[in-house]
Design a protein. Structure first.
Length: 606
């Protein structure tokens, strides 16, 4: 049950909801039980003969039915049978009104409790996901993460919080019903309570496998979301390679597995209700036989009206018992989903930022790599990299694909961390610097343009949301984007679609450059920013990049000569090692790897 109590921790402060709910439910149950108990005086008023019986007060105050009968007969004798009937009907009406009034109040309190829990849980999970290193997202399926934040949290909300509602509400009702039943007949009630443990034992046997099935079902649902996400993201490739039928079949197979599990779970959950109902009817039948025999034989002081009231109340006893058994079965589903959700919170980050990390306000000297190595599991990507990037200089990284250039660049904003060695900024180890302050010093433009389904204005101002319109337009002008933006349907307020689908490659890249310009970072990282563009777009983007690189410390990955020949220093990286370094002309004279790369590019362009 530790999972259950941890999930309830997201409802803090619980007392703000539990105490009002408890008070309202006690009042609602009190009046609800009174509704049934008033059946006895109603029957007495309808079928008794006034004046025949001698009135005598009950011997004990706990004899609830005796007092009801005494008061009913007294009113009949003093005011007449019609007046007695009217008073009883008014009492029943008032009791029903207050019962439903307090019940509605309790529902409102519980709904606030449920929404409050969902809000806190979903916020905690989403915050935790965004705080994780990029390595986490490389290892996880995006669909599984989405499933946990959306679907699993929703399951937790309705199963775990609803169970708490039942655990408070139903025992209160059960206690009130049993008190009334004991006041009517102790002997009959002791006999009848045997059904509750029998029913609970049978129901527990039915639902004991639900938890493992529920967890597997949530995993299957996450896989379906993953396939859906991959299909929508790669829809162009799927259609281009005529793979639609294969992808449909893959999704359909997972859908069948998930549906079969859901069917098995539903069968087990739905079996709990009819079984408990059958047990309840069977017990009522036995009670009618046993209680009727007590009444007819005179072995109990139970009257006919009292016995009918007893049967009516006992039939309601099975309802909270049934609700508890059903809540128990639903709880397994909630706990399975809760375990998946808590996995995100419990998973420890391999590199957790220290509370004593340093916040930097400016960049003064340079960035230094000290014998840095990096490996993905057992595969070595970088080997003993040592380099210095002085402030204000442009360093270009070139070399064959897969050589480790992007990995080296990703270490500067601390997306990944060295396996061996360290990196310093102005002599301070990057691991000692607060990640937020570090990344505020860095602007990035990638080969893959990352834009959001929002307006052009908000995409440019993404890193500086409080920027003025004048600042945004100036950044767009420097990035050669202002003119095409004005030609769109809504100008800067044009919504560009999912991942900027309404823009061309060159336009998207210039929006990304404008975003970096507006942030005005002292350090700039450019990763193949022009490799996927046509000649005209490349010229516009290249000009924008030159404007962006002015007076900034820049690390650029590029294959095209136009991008790298103006760099202050060029590093040739192959197989995770720096093979050559120097200026463009120095490396050409060496006639090594760099020279061959340039000759090959010149031949291809010719």
């Amino acid at each position: 049950m530790s999972t259950y109590f941890r999930l309830l921790g997201f409802a803090q402060p619980i007392s703000h909801y539990a105490i009002p709910y408890l008070l309202l439910m006690v009042l609602a149950t009190l009046f609800g039980t009174l509704n049934l108990a008033l059946l006895a005086p109603l029957l007495t008023a309808l079928f008794s003969e006034p004046g025949v019986e001698e009135l005598s007060e009950p011997s004990t105050w706990t004899d609830l039915m005796g007092w009801f009968e005494y008061l009913t007969l007294w009113v009949q004798k003093e005011l007449g049978p019609n007046t007695a009937l009217q008073w009883i009907c008014v009492a029943i009406l008032c009791s029903v009104f207050f019962s439903n009034l307090f019940k509605y109040g309790s529902f409102r309190v519980m709904e606030n409790f449920r929404i409050h829990t969902l809000l806190n849980l979903r916020r905690s999970i989403f915050n935790r996901v965004l705080d994780k290193d990029l390595a986490y997202f490389n290892e996880q399926r995006k669909g599984q993460i989405i499933s946990k934040i959306a679907s699993d949290v929703q399951v937790v909300q309705y199963s775990v919080t609803s169970t708490l509602q039942v655990v408070i509400k139903e025992p209160i009702q059960l206690i009130f019903y049993l008190l009334v039943l004991f006041s009517i007949s102790v002997k009959l009630t002791l006999f009848s309570t045997l059904v509750i443990p029998i029913s609970a034992w049978i129901i527990s046997k039915i639902v004991q496998k639900l938890r493992s099935q529920a967890k597997e079902a949530q995993e299957r649902f996450g896989m379906m979301i993953s396939y859906l996400d991959e299909s929508l993201t790669g829809i162009r490739i799927i259609k281009a390679f005529n793979a639609s039928e294969r992808i449909k079949e893959k999704f359909h197979h997972e859908n069948i597995q998930y549906s079969n599990l859901g069917r098995k779970m539903a069968y087990r959950q739905q079996l709990a209700s009819p079984v408990s109902e059958f047990l309840g009817v069977a017990m009522v039948s036995i009670l009618v036989l046993y209680g009727g025999n007590l009444v007819m034989s005179g072995q109990d002081t139970l009257s006919a009206s009292g016995f009918i009231t007893y049967i009516a109340i006992f039939s309601q006893v099975m309802r909270p018992a049934k609700a508890l058994s059903e809540a128990f079965s639903q709880l397994h589903t909630g706990l399975a989903a809760g375990e998946r959700v808590l996995e995100i919170l419990d998973e420890k980050d391999p590199f957790q930022e220290s509370k004593e990390s340093i916040s930097i306000l400016n960049f003064r000297e340079g960035i230094k790599f000290n014998q840095v190595s990096f490996a993905y599991e057992k595969k070595r990507v970088l080997r003993d990299i040592s380099l210095y990037i002085p402030k204000g200089k442009t360093i270009a990284l070139v070399g064959p694909s897969g050589g480790g250039k992007s990995t080296l660049m990703d270490m500067i904003p601390r997306f990944i961390r060295p396996t061996l060695g360290n990196i310093t900024l102005d002599g301070i180890d990057l691991n000692s610097i607060n990640a937020h302050s570090l990344r505020s010093m860095i602007g990035m433009v990638n080969q893959e343009t990352i834009l959001f389904h929002d307006s052009i204005r908000n995409n440019i101002a993404f890193g500086k949301p409080d920027a003025t319109q004048e600042e945004i337009e100036k950044a767009a002008q420097i990035a050669n984007a202002h003119e095409f933006i004005l030609n769109t349907s809504g100008g800067y307020e044009t919504v560009i679609g999912d991942r900027g689908a309404k823009l061309s490659g060159g336009q998207k890249q210039r929006i990304c450059i404008a975003r970096a310009i507006l942030q005005n970072p002292p350090i700039l990282l450019l990763d193949e920013a022009t490799s996927a563009l046509d000649t005209e777009s490349e010229h516009l983007v290249q000009d924008a990049l030159q404007q962006l690189m002015k007076n900034r410390t820049t690390l650029v990955i590029a294959h095209r000569l136009s991008t790298i020949q103006k760099a202050d220093q060029i590093l040739v990286i192959e197989n995770g090692e720096i093979k050559e370094e120097g200026t463009h002309f120095e490396l050409l004279f060496k006639e090594g790897i760099y020279s061959r790369l340039i000759d090959k590019q010149s031949f291809e362009q010719a």
